[in-house]
Design a protein. Structure first.
Length: 357
């Protein structure tokens, strides 16, 4: 196992974290019961994983409840993270959002289900357009000061929203976000347009969810109707949006690279993701300890420059404005970059002058 800092905190976490959407029966993600949950947690810890991520909404709280039982007696051996913000009631509209009331209710409920007195990382599950940002951030700051939460993170924010929140926290002297949990995969590389740069600049550690695009990058099927029974896609449907036509070259590249290394396409996809810049941990989930062990073994793969070029070219999403202009000015036209970062140009990764002036 490899280990990294949890964003700009001092905590050390495993490069792969254990996801928990498959714990409980409400998500159509595996529906693992208590014994299977306990076995998987033990297997993960035995194989070096020390970071576990859950959320109150997973199976309506059942995931947290089963995880709490599984961690009994070993709670301090893990960096434990949960999330709040999504609806937890079909009747009470105030059991949703990033409000002071719901955050307080959320942390109390999560701590009870997880059988712990604190969380190492508490994350807002998404931007709340109905609640003043200061209300959310001040309440999270209070939770840290009270010892209920050690660090805070965000999830599913736009880059400008995250930058705004960080600015408010700095101006007010409030506890800052240290992580950003975001979707990232070979068929979902939009983070590279703005988010990765923000993460590197601010010190936020990216926690990747769904690195296999809901199972698609296992390369077991090319069309949705071909998804086998018993797979995540076959049971729950398409988990993240992507272009199926643009995905075919990605699957072809994954199969080619996997064939050269004698591994699975899923392992190659995980290795590519965990090797990208600004990543603190990639959250992986499985229905069995056998599959979890296979995913963990992806860390042992050594991708060559040829492998990376093939994967990058097959999956490149294009470069939208204003990013292409930023790269044009910063790399193609600014002589200082060539002087201080010659390896960027020697590797062929520098932006090529597209104007032909």
């Amino acid at each position: 196992m490899e280990y990294r800092t949890l964003g700009r905190s001092g905590l050390i976490v495993s490069a792969f974290g254990l996801g928990t959407m498959q714990f409980g029966e409400g998500m159509k993600m595996g529906s693992l019961g208590q014994q299977a949950t306990t076995d998987m947690v033990k297997f993960a810890l035995d194989h070096g994983i020390n970071f576990i991520d859950t959320a109150d909404v997973y199976s309506g709280g059942q995931s947290e409840t089963q995880l709490g039982v599984a961690l009994k007696g070993i709670r301090d051996e893990v960096v434990l993270a949960s999330k709040f913000r999504l609806p937890m009631s079909d009747t009470n509209i105030n059991r949703s959002g990033a409000t002071r009331v719901n955050i307080r209710r959320g942390i109390e409920s999560s701590l009870q289900r997880l059988q712990t007195d604190h969380l190492d990382l508490y994350q807002v599950h998404g931007w709340d357009s109905h609640t003043p940002l200061e209300e959310t951030l001040s309440t999270l700051n209070d939770l840290v000061r009270e010892g209920l939460v050690r660090h805070i993170g965000l999830s599913n924010y736009l880059a400008w929203q995250a930058a705004t929140a960080l600015g408010v926290q700095e101006r007010r002297g409030w506890e800052p976000f240290v992580t950003a949990q975001l979707y990232y995969s070979l068929v979902g590389r939009e983070l590279e347009h703005e988010w990765i740069d923000l993460a590197k600049y601010s010190g936020l550690g990216v926690l990747v969810w769904s690195p296999l695009a809901g199972g698609y990058l296992s390369a077991k099927y090319d069309r949705p109707e071909d998804a086998p029974e018993g797979t995540r896609f076959g049971e729950a449907g398409q988990f993240v949006p992507f272009d199926w036509d643009k995905g075919r070259p990605v699957l072809a590249a994954l199969r080619a690279v996997a064939g050269r290394h004698g591994v699975t396409p899923a392992q190659v996809a995980l290795k590519w993701t965990v090797s990208q810049p600004a990543i603190s941990s990639v959250i992986i989930a499985a229905r069995s300890t056998e599959r979890l062990g296979e995913n963990i073994a992806a860390l042992d793969i050594v991708l060559t420059d040829e492998d990376r070029r093939e994967l990058d070219e097959a999956s490149h999403p294009g470069t939208p404005y204003p990013r292409w202009m930023m790269l044009q000015l910063d790399q193609a036209e600014d002589p200082r970059t060539r002087a201080v970062e010659p390896e960027l140009f020697e590797s062929g990764r520098a932006w090529k002058d597209m104007r032909g002036w």
